[in-house]
Design a protein around this ligand. Sequence first.
Ligand SMILES: [Cu+2]
Length: 499
Amino acid sequence: MKRLRGIWLLPAIVALLVATASGSAQAKIIGLGENQTGSAKSFAFTAKAGHINTPDGSSLLFWGFADTSSGKVQFPGPTLIVKQGDTVTINLTNQLAEPVSMLFPGMTMTSSVKPVIPAGDRSQLTSLAPEAAPGGTQSYTFVADRPGTFYYQSGSNLPVQLRMGLYGAIIVRPSQDGSTRNVDISSHNLNDPLNPGVAATRWPFTRFVYNDSLADPVAENVSTGYDREYLFLVSEMDPKFNSWMEFEKDKVARPFDFSKWKANYWFINGRCAPDTMSPVNAAYLPSQPYNSAPLMHPGETVLLRFVNMGSDPHPFHTHGNHMRVVGEDGNPLSSSAAAGADLSWQAFTLTLQPGKSYDATFTWSGEKLGWDIYGHADALEPYEYIPDHGKIYTPNRPAVAGVAQAPAPPQALPVLLPTIEEGIFGMWYSGSPYMGSAGPLPPGEGGMNPFSGFFYMWHSHAERELTNYNIWPGGLLTMMGIVPWSATISSDDTYNQGM
Ligand SMILES: [Cu+2]
């Protein structure tokens, strides 16, 4: 999205930095379950109605799940975070006016999975799982025996209940999590901060999507190790449908024509941009507690856990670097149980299909740009790409036979860090010629970019999905922030800040 540079960049970055400055930006996946000890985990959910807010001022009726202890219904439902081998029980109470059930695709159910087929001469399946009647309860138990990214959803009256938001994510951490595996990164030419000027050969990971090969150092192509993780649960809504659900008094006489259902809001973790970049638990989004504000340090590996709970495919694009897709639907992309992610592949854009999950890793080091992204020629930054260090940018003008070209400038401008004046008059100028405008901005608008970070867009490549009910920009979009190692990322394990 070249045209998004400049004018759109500013409010997005302001939003992100405000979120970060308040110390509540999401730097890990938040959810329920990690504070429970033992391998038997129990959750109490209530299905109920609420309203979500969109950045254009709309309010939509939704149905969601509440963590009963807080009572706050949320969109999407609470993310469950459990460990491989855990036995998970969910006690559901239904406060909606119609029966609700829960499905856990990919899990080994140990409670009843009997579908609901009411007796009668025109028997029809009405639910894919045992239901909680209005005002009633139902419990579900499963063993989370496989690691990966999963989801739960309603199994009843699907055309209505899925469109109303009855779903959430499940993360199952592998039994290998917490052990240290060294991944061979000798081919990366990244500066080793412990041994400046020398290329780093090992990167220790302690978190993994799946159980990797036991060899140490682990070959890079089979590791599912990562440093930080972010959830991208994507979905969409047609406000005309939510409005019909809320205000139509006679739904039998005036049914909704589902052939005319057409999405006009697109969400990441239940929020439309730019709310995606607002803080976790923002007071003005009482039913949408999760944000999508990824931050990383150069050289780190970020895990993107994708779940598509909508009914449309969403092509997700990360800019800057490709993602490496290492898993799908809770299965590592491997050729055998022991091989690790050897069938992983590089994605420029990853099309998220409805009802599927994907695990993809992402690394950004500024490598092979042909110029020094840090704009300096002094000491190497941690994990800086060594061959580009100290390089200046020169335009690439391939020779064309028989075509006279104007001579290239003898020396293009190097990438300079902002001066004090630019800090005052161009407050977000990162020093990169590729990010935003370096022109003067009105003084007095906030402060400098405190991280000197690089911020750029992660978004749906279906560009209609970058709107909020036809107002651009918005929708399925957020900004990735790459901040120097000197900047603390909230809940960074190194600093142990926690959420
Ligand atoms: Cu783009």
